[in-house]
Design a binder for this molecule. Structure first.
Ligand code: COA
Ligand code: AMP
Ligand code: ZN
Length: 437
């Protein structure tokens, strides 16, 4: 007999593989019916000559076309919507101006289901009513804010929507309301360690923290260990992406041996990113996900571009949902800094719209004294008189301002004389990541 008090949603979490499969097949068929409400999938499935009746087992999903971020961009804003606007209650939009942005829509059902998934995750790690939960990620358009917020309220935690930054206030809130559980981006957890040390505060003695959820950007076991030791807490890895709702896709249980991916909500594939053939369990490949319980904007076979592997074997916690290894990297050039996703092309587009900018630039990512920084070195054109300091300062400010508008984070801009940046042989090197994650 499985103990039901360890599950938030026992019918979904304690399913055996056979019943899970039956549920998946049922949900996959309904999803296929549903996607046909969007002109985009109507055309895609029409071209592939597939109808919902062709899906007889979950593996038949391989007959379906893949969906990419570029598809979502091309269909921005409404192209993948499968319902009418009066059924929508929320949308989240990625950073980036038109041409780069993607939008995800949620109906009441979707917001409720997403909150349930996050409540499930947090309950799994031991969070309970009576706990105080502080959410230190960006609210606004980032899914980590409202996603965790609704999940925590659903679980019945006293929830502090403190958002990103404002570190001394964060620490004050932790003290005043005896925060026990927090959601925080790994780079910020490191930064806060330094701020607490500067303040002479020992979190093990002076705070009540027990649990932290770290995600939204890659980090190592070494960072987990440092954070656990400094704060005296348990750290759980949290994985998600906006296209699949946001956080709550996969989460660690107390055994911390990989993240359970909620297979009643997502069909999971790991494919070779080159050949797109499935890789054997345990082999690194690209994670591809299909929503199984989404109403407003179901997505088929989404190429996450995240590289990871499925871990073989059963988890001692009793959940049959397969475990995902730590994300090892990406198969595209997107990078994440301070929890913000950036494509180099976004930087390029902003730079090329500024008359004083020359042809060459390089983005450098640095972690120094636990502060993450994005530095953009930009060559100016030879039309600009490099002795004119005021003009240079104006250009520098303009670049920083325009990039902040596009990326939602403030880069440091360094201007370089024409031809001042080293030329590389072959393809230009646009990104140098010096961080030790
Ligand atoms: N998350 C939250 N806050 C962070 C952070 C991080 N990863 N890294 C640094 N900060 C803190 C800084 O310490 C600083 O705190 P202070 O107010 O005590 O000085 C504050 O945020 C502002 O940082 P700064 O570097 O000056 O500003 P910025 O404009 O470059 O960055 C952030 C702005 C940090 C607010 C922005 O990057 C952000 O919102 N990040 C969070 C994204 C997120 O929530 N992603 C989750 C997706 S699910
Ligand atoms: P967003 O769509 O802004 O929520 O960003 C999603 C992306 O963040 C994912 O595709 C991953 O690349 C990254 N990400 C999220 N969670 C983690 C995690 N726990 N570890 C590593 N990368 C993560
Ligand atoms: Zn487990």
């Amino acid at each position: 007999m499985k103990r039901t008090d360890v599950f938030w949603d026992a019918p979904a979490e304690a399913l055996d593989r056979e019943r899970l499969r039956a549920l998946q097949l049922h949900r996959l068929r309904s999803t296929l019916e549903r996607v046909l409400c969007s002109p985009f999938y109507q055309a895609r499935l029409g071209e592939a000559g597939i109808s919902p009746g062709d899906i007889r087992s979950p593996e038949d999903i391989r007959k379906l076309p893949l969906t990419t971020k570029q598809d979502l961009r091309n269909q921005y804003p409404y192209g993948l919507l499968c319902t009418t606007k009066d059924k929508l209650v929320r949308l989240h939009v990625s950073s980036g101006t038109t041409g780069q942005a993607t939008a995800v829509f949620y109906s009441r059902h979707d917001v409720d289901h997403w909150a349930d998934l996050l409540a499930r995750c947090m309950y799994m790690t031991g969070a309970r009513p009576g706990d105080t939960f502080q959410n230190l990620t960006g609210y606004g358009l980032f899914t980590g804010g409202l996603g965790f917020h609704y999940g925590a309220e659903r679980l019945g935690l006293l929830t502090i929507p403190s958002g990103a930054g404002n570190s001394r206030r964060q620490i004050q809130l932790m003290r005043d309301f005896s925060t026990t559980v927090m959601h925080i981006i790994p780079s910020y957890a490191l930064r806060l360690m330094d701020i607490m040390t500067e303040m002479g505060l020992d979190p093990r003695k002076e705070l009540s923290l027990r649990i932290a959820y770290l995600g939204a950007e890659p980090y190592s076991e070494e960072v987990r260990r440092r954070v656990e030791e400094f704060y005296g807490i348990d750290v759980y890895n949290s994985y998600g992406l906006s296209e699949m709702n946001g956080p709550g896709v996969a989460f660690e249980c107390p055994w911390k041996t990989g993240m359970h991916i909620w297979e009643d909500a997502y069909w999971v594939e790991v494919l070779d990113p080159e050949t797109l053939a499935p890789v054997p369990e345990g082999t690194l490949g690209e994670l591809v996900l299909t929503t199984l319980n989404r109403d407003a904007m179901p997505i088929l076979r989404y190429r996450t571009k995240d590289l990871t592997r499925l871990l073989p074997g059963e988890c001692p916690c009793g959940r049959a949902h397969v475990r995902l290894d730590r994300i090892q990297g990406r198969s595209d050039d997107m990078f994440i800094i301070k929890g913000v996703n950036i494509f180099p092309v976004q930087v390029e587009q902003v730079l090329m719209n500024i008359a004083e900018v020359g042809n060459n630039y390089v983005i450098i990512l640095r972690r120094e004294n636990n502060v993450d920084e994005m530095i953009v070195k930009v060559e100016v054109t030879d039309r600009i008189f490099v002795e004119d300091m005021r003009h240079l300062q104006r250009v520098q400010k303009k670049i920083a301002h325009d990039l902040k508008g596009e990326l939602l984070l403030t880069p440091r801009i360094e201007l370089v004389e024409p031809n001042g940046l080293p030329r590389s042989e072959g393809k230009a090197v646009r990104l140098v990541d010096e961080r030790k994650i």
